[in-house]
Design a protein around this ligand. Structure first.
Ligand SMILES: [Zn+2]
Length: 346
């Protein structure tokens, strides 16, 4: 239940977000300005009309709107602006650490220089870090629909931009017709390069996709992974291996992956001992924020302060930061959470 005390705690508590797509955070105002400046036609004349575009009926339509609007983002400077605006927003929500994905092929195929985009993102994140202290790192989320061949060049960029702050390698896009197994060699190479491994799996396809992401790819975090709930031996495997599910509840409802809050598998996943985190996925598209996801977890899943603190600790521990920085983050969050709970009496 979301009591006023818990609500206050949620707003003030230090948070960690691990599943967030940069392209899905652009505000209608910024999108409109970028489209105008870059001469990219979008079917909207003002902020209200752009906002109206963020509507779709199912996952396929969501992906096509997402791809269409991302065309307005062109230069390194554009990425810097998005990254900076996002990081400031996260800082305002008391997020201490976030891992943000960009979808490389979506930009490469329309002529964007991926390295320039990454440099822009990291410049925006570092600027926000200097101003607010929020730490944001990047992961490349390769669209599985682009096939295995092109993934090698993207992975090469990920490898060479690690010193800038690229910490993770992921596959995303439509799971249907694109199982994880063919990407096993890329994941092995990414691990070799020191990148953290994650995969979108078990969002719209059942347990087979999750098994593949864990067994063939060695992913230690899964985007969504909620369909694992249909397979008890898989739940055991996730728990035993400590594979973390980065769950995005509102996203699941709005893409139709889950029919209602009552049916959402998150409480059953937790009851099975599977580590979970809460995330906003594409906040602009899903009309949500990380803080709002925490509130909804309280309202619909009955999460209390202990549960929410556990989510934050799980997220910090599962981050792809180098181990010393990760340990420092966990320590800092523990201290802050303890002090906040004591001061609010929650
Ligand atoms: Zn995602």
């Amino acid at each position: 239940m979301l009591t006023p005390e818990l609500d206050e705690f949620i707003a003030a508590m230090p948070k960690v977000e691990l599943h967030l797509h940069l392209e899905g955070t652009v505000t209608p105002r910024t999108l409109l300005e970028l489209a105008r400046r870059n001469g990219v036609p979008i079917p909207a004349r003002d902020v209200a009309e752009v906002a109206a575009l963020f509507r779709y009926r199912d996952f396929g339509e969501f992906l096509s709107v997402f791809m269409e609007l991302a065309r307005a983002i062109v230069s390194g400077e554009d990425f810097e602006r998005l990254a900076y605006e996002l990081a400031l927003d996260l800082a305002g929500q008391q997020v201490r650490y976030a891992e943000v994905m960009i979808s490389p092929m979506q930009h490469i195929t329309r002529g964007v220089d991926l390295r320039e985009a990454i440099e822009g993102c990291m410049a925006g994140f570092r600027r926000a870090e200097r101003e607010t202290g929020v730490i944001v790192r990047l992961a490349l989320d390769y669209g599985r629909g682009y096939g295995t061949e092109a993934a090698w060049q993207v992975l090469e960029v990920a490898r060479t931009t690690r010193p800038l702050g690229v910490v993770g390698w992921s596959i995303g896009g439509n799971e249907i017709g694109h199982p994880p197994e063919p990407f096993a060699p890329h994941f092995a190479a990414a691990r070799e390069a020191g990148l953290g491994l994650m995969a979108h799996a078990g969002e719209v396809v059942g347990p087979a996709s999750v098994w593949g992401a864990v067994e063939a790819l060695g992913a230690t975090r899964l985007g969504h992974g909620i369909r694992a709930v249909d397979d008890p031996p898989l739940l055991d495997a996730l728990r035993e291996r400590g594979v973390v599910l980065d769950v995005c509840p509102t996203s699941n409802l709005l893409t139709g992956a889950v029919g209602s809050w009552e049916e959402h598998p998150l409480p059953r996943l937790r009851a099975a001992g599977v580590p979970v985190t809460l995330n906003s996925d594409d906040p602009t598209f899903f009309h949500t924020t990380l803080t709002e996801e925490y509130r909804r977890a309280a309202r619909y899943f009955g999460f209390g302060a202990d549960d929410l603190c556990a989510v934050v600790r799980t997220a910090a521990g599962a981050s792809f930061l180098p181990s010393e920085e990760r340990a420092a983050l966990c320590q800092r969050l523990d201290t802050e959470l303890r002090a906040l709970r004591a001061s609010l009496g929650v």
